[in-house]
Design a binder for this molecule. Structure first.
Ligand code: NAP
Length: 239
């Protein structure tokens, strides 16, 4: 049976990706760090769909834990066919207020594990999530945006060097109504901006993200690799 591994399986987007892949016939490894109970809820939803689910814990900011995670996942599955990286963490501050420690943190947790996990697990298909803040200005988003930009670049290199066995793509996602985005101090103004200035007149949903990722891992996308697909209802087209 085919397994998908979803990092950040405790988040709203990770959960939606997990259940979408379960509906598509995959068994699911849900990675989490602090949110074990939320990952278990997602695992229960996967099992209710008739698929196997395993919850695994790792602090992705610690390379030794990322390496151990690979061993655990390979022990508990028959190998990973699809990998979806949704785990991320970053300090939200103006760029001049960021210390090297803040910047290292977002790279260590969000960007660097992509290389270790994809190169070690060698799935047929890997997808990472970034955001338009990788290429344009979003207030207080410098640490996250720089790590997302690194992920997009690393994905292109992985796409070339792991081809033809592994396809590697990125979905750059506009604002999604999730538990963590609602905690942003700018949530109200961001949400208003999206509703007013997005051609599609709504926010992206976790299911929109899951659908794009599922398509990238489908046979219909077998010639798509090294791509960054912008999934934002057209918001980036307007200034
Ligand atoms: N929400 C949006 O508007 C939006 C827009 C564009 C892109 N995205 C991207 O989509 C992804 C998911 O977003 P979300 O809103 O669902 O976020 P979320 O709920 O905050 O999920 C982030 C995930 O990262 C994991 N994580 C955080 N620190 C970690 C660490 N040190 N080690 C391992 N895992 C860690 C969390 O795991 P635990 O909770 O288990 O610790 C959580 O599952 C992120 O990559 C985000 O940047 C989101």
């Amino acid at each position: 049976m085919a397994w998908v591994m979803v990092t950040g399986g405790s988040g709203d987007i990770g959960r939606s990706v997990a259940t979408r892949f379960a509906r598509d016939g995959y068994d699911v490894v849900l990675h989490t760090f602090r949110g074990v109970s939320r990952a278990e809820v997602a695992a229960a939803e996967v099992r209710a769909l008739g698929r196997e689910a395993a919850v695994v814990r790792a602090h992705l900011g610690r390379p030794s834990q990322t390496e151990k995670l690979v061993e655990t996942v390979l022990d508990r599955t028959s190998g990973i066919e699809a990998f979806v990286g949704t785990a991320a963490s970053a300090v939200m501050r103006p760029v001049a207020d960021l210390t090297p420690k803040h910047l290292s943190w977002s790279f260590q947790v969000s960007a660097l594990p992509l290389v270790t996990l994809v190169a070690s697990l060698r799935p047929l298909c890997a997808v990472a999530l970034t955001s338009p803040g990788s290429v344009s200005y979003v207030p207080d988003y410098a640490a996250a945006g720089a790590a997302k930009a690194a992920m997009e670049a690393l994905a292109r290199y992985l796409a070339v060097e792991l081809a033809p066995s592994t396809r590697v793509n990125v979905v750059s996602v506009g604002l999604v109504d999730t538990r963590s985005s609602r905690r942003l101090p700018q949530w109200d103004s961001l949400e208003r901006d999206i509703r007013e200035n997005t051609p599609m007149r709504r926010l992206v949903t976790p299911d929109d993200v899951a659908g794009a990722v599922a398509w990238l891992c489908s046979a219909d996308a077998s010639m798509v690799t090294g791509a960054t697909i912008v999934l934002d209802g057209g918001r980036h087209l307007l200034h």
